[in-house]
Write a protein that binds this ligand. Sequence first.
Ligand SMILES: [Zn+2]
Ligand SMILES: [Zn+2]
Length: 411
Amino acid sequence: MELNAEDQKSHYSLLLSSMDRDFLISPLGNQVKIDELEEKTIGLYFSANWYSQCQSFTPVLAGVYNQLKQQNAEFEIVFISSDEDQRSFDEFYGTMPWLAIPFSDLKSKKSLTERFQIEGIPSLVILDPCGNPIQTEGVDLIYRYCDRAFPFTLERITELEAEERANHASQTLEKLLLTNSRDYVIGQKEQVPISYLVGKTVGLYFSAQWCPPCVKFTPRLVSVYNNLKEKEEDFEVVFLSIDRDEAGYLECYRAMPWLALPFGDESVRALSRYFNIQGIPSLIIIGPDGKTVTKEGRNLINLHSEMAYPFTQSQLLFLQEREDEEAKSYPRYFHHVGHRHILNLVSANSGGGPFICCECDEQGFGWAYQCIECGYEVHLKCVRGVDKDNPEKEHVTTVNAVCARSNGLME
Ligand SMILES: [Zn+2]
Ligand SMILES: [Zn+2]
């Protein structure tokens, strides 16, 4: 039986070629025949230079790619650009060591985006050597496991997850913070042995000077820290810097009364991977037994200040019950300053859920005031009553009462 031309094409050329192109381009500007990808695991990398998350992921992916090349892994990446013009493409592709679909081929870009239902970038879709998509969350896998994720099969990922669970189960503060060359953390004036931290509740604070939300959050954490110290609680914080240079690190650390890892310490990157840190500021709470209590330290501090301490399930349950009790006396509806619609009191059980507060830009969950019409949502502690001259005088009293109560609760 004779095969027709379409049948003779490999699965990768069916996927990646076009009517007038049977090649991809390389960083050196060469054309690489798509047939050469045969038998390889492929990552389709959807990305664009105008998006900061793509800019920060690309060097991470490049590091992993180079490592896999050194290990002679049968792996290739193909960049599918959403850049705005040829110049931006050239600039961005100039930072990548892998292959690409030419920028001018917008048709292929469109069909691949549709075929793999890409809804956001950066996105890394992994195809097995037969061309079947096996992972759509490639970005997450690269961040979590680096080159160890290869060949990205379900078996491999299951294995890595089991290993990760075992590591977390046997976690201790020493295992987290000790390295071969360092058995201490630093204070503002001197070195402090890691043994000083053992048995305490410890917050690992990932932060950086260049990150505005960090600069905003640090003073809140300082105030909570000082209050807990005043009460002689066994609480300590260790700063893990994501700063790009030492000047930023020093400036950032100057505002902090707690301990830190030295600038450029190798374990910061490993810990950020271990805790799967996706954004900063991030506050991981380690309990006195060395196990992770919560990764939501930042949100809990924003919601409850030092009342969140020691961040345990039982403390959170206590706070939740107290809030449920207090919410019973809150007005069901009211007018918040600066919003034209009436807001509704909601809880997690009545239409509420995780949200970003429109007043303070921080996360919230549980009780909130929510606008049914436009989705505007604020923390109870962030609502402000309408102006006294407002006709809805009846509301004003209740709203002010709410503010007083919720401020008391939150501060
Ligand atoms: Zn708020
Ligand atoms: Zn509204």
